[in-house]
Design a protein around this ligand. Structure first.
Ligand code: PLP
Length: 371
């Protein structure tokens, strides 16, 4: 299979797998134990915490491990909303991942008022739109660092400034960005940041929430005292260790991988652009290096994806629902570029893809669209 669906998940880096293996075997002790075997595992968890912190420019004491990006987003939204002390208004955008949108919907059921910001036709949330939506009782703003469908990178630094000037907290879902573009919590000026291991060569089912020192966030899970009393549950030590290794590897080779991935993406884009009815979506001047999102007039997403699949190429449309059927994308709708008669296709390229794979994908697309 030619994998052009890296935004869905990335292959586990072999070194991350090697780092994980002992924690499925001899190093199985519970990291909370008070004996030598447990202390060794605790040290490995602490080391991974440092790696994750280094990967985003934070301190180890500001990193809390979670079961993935979804939990980190849910916790950021609901945990900080519950800690707001009287402020009842939250702001987010219409193009967020459902882990944020559905957490905001849950907050509404708890009595919070949520504003969902519009975006422009490139999928950009403007700092000006955030400024206009701010109210005296706005407590939290959540805007993603990079969109998972079209790859547009949002102006988080400018947005954070607006948010902080108004005395609110700023969360960013950086699940698609970490390990792919430089991410620094201080440069971004965020109070909370979500990330997920399986998007940068780590294992699935593990992620982290960065909580800036001093920011109050309530628990959304209740149990033991793990993660300094904020996130209970026996630590998933193999996954945590694997994520720590993966983020270090991804960040060490970030510049080179970014350049290589963008060159492959641009090659596919140049060939795709020549095909009839194809439009490139997202902000092509400010986009994740591996993302290429296309609309194609006169075709259905399902038909193109099935044909690509038959030719051994994995790509995706917006998001698949639980049944595997294609849902219409809320991101494309929010960008105002949805059309019943168009296919929406996302190719997401990884640094391990080859020129030959890219050219084979371009050729496959040509054979489908030019019948
Ligand atoms: N946020 C974004 C932008 C994502 O792309 C995803 C996963 O696709 C998530 C959150 C959820 O992360 P996880 O799969 O680790 O729960």
């Amino acid at each position: 299979m030619i994998n052009l669906d890296h935004a869905a998940t990335t292959p586990l880096h072999p070194d991350a797998l090697d780092a994980m293996l002992p924690y499925f075997g001899a190093e199985y002790a519970n990291a909370s134990g008070n004996y030598a075997d447990a202390r060794r595992v605790r040290r490995a968890v602490d080391e991974a915490r440092r790696e994750v912190a280094d990967g985003i420019g934070g301190c180890a004491s500001e990193i809390y491990f979670t079961s993935g990006g979804t939990e980190a987003d849910n916790w950021a939204i609901l945990g900080s909303a519950f800690a707001l002390n009287g402020k009842r208004h939250l702001i987010t955008s219409r193009i967020e991942h459902h882990a944020v949108l559905h957490a905001c919907a849950a907050a509404e059921r708890f009595g919070f008022d949520v504003t969902y910001l519009d975006v422009d036709d490139k999928g950009t949330v403007s700092a000006e739109a955030v400024r206009s939506a701010m109210r005296a009782d706005t407590g939290l703003v959540s805007v993603m660092l990079a969109n998972n469908e079209v790859g547009t990178i949002e102006p988080i630094r400018e947005i954070s400034e607006v948010v902080h000037n108004a005395g609110a907290l700023m969360h960013t879902d950086a699940v698609q960005a970490v390990g792919h573009i430089p991410v620094d919590v201080h440069e971004l000026g965020v109070d909370l940041l979500s990330l997920s291991g399986h998007k940068f060569g780590g294992p699935k089912g593990v992620g982290a929430l960065y909580i800036r020192a001093g920011v109050r966030v309530h628990n959304i899970l209740f149990g033991g005292a793990q993660e300094r009393g904020k996130r209970p549950g026996t630590e998933n030590t193999p996954a945590i260790v694997g994520m720590g290794k993966a983020i270090r590897i991804a960040c060490d080779s970030l510049e080179e991988n970014q350049r290589r991935t963008a060159a492959l993406r641009d090659r596919l884009q140049e060939q795709a652009k020549l095909l009839p009815g194809v439009r490139i979506n997202g902000n092509i001047d400010c986009r994740l290096p591996g993302h290429l999102h296309l609309s194609v007039n006169g075709f259905s997403s399902q038909m193109i994806l099935t044909r690509l699949d038959m030719m051994g190429i994995a790509a995706s449309a917006g998001s698949a629902c639980a049944s595997g059927a294609l849902e219409r994308s809320h991101v494309i709708a929010a960008m105002g570029i949805a059309d019943e008669n168009q296919a929406d296709i996302r190719f997401s390229i990884g640094h391990n893809n080859t020129l030959q794979e890219i050219d084979a994908a371009a050729q496959a697309l040509r054979s489908i669209l030019c019948k």
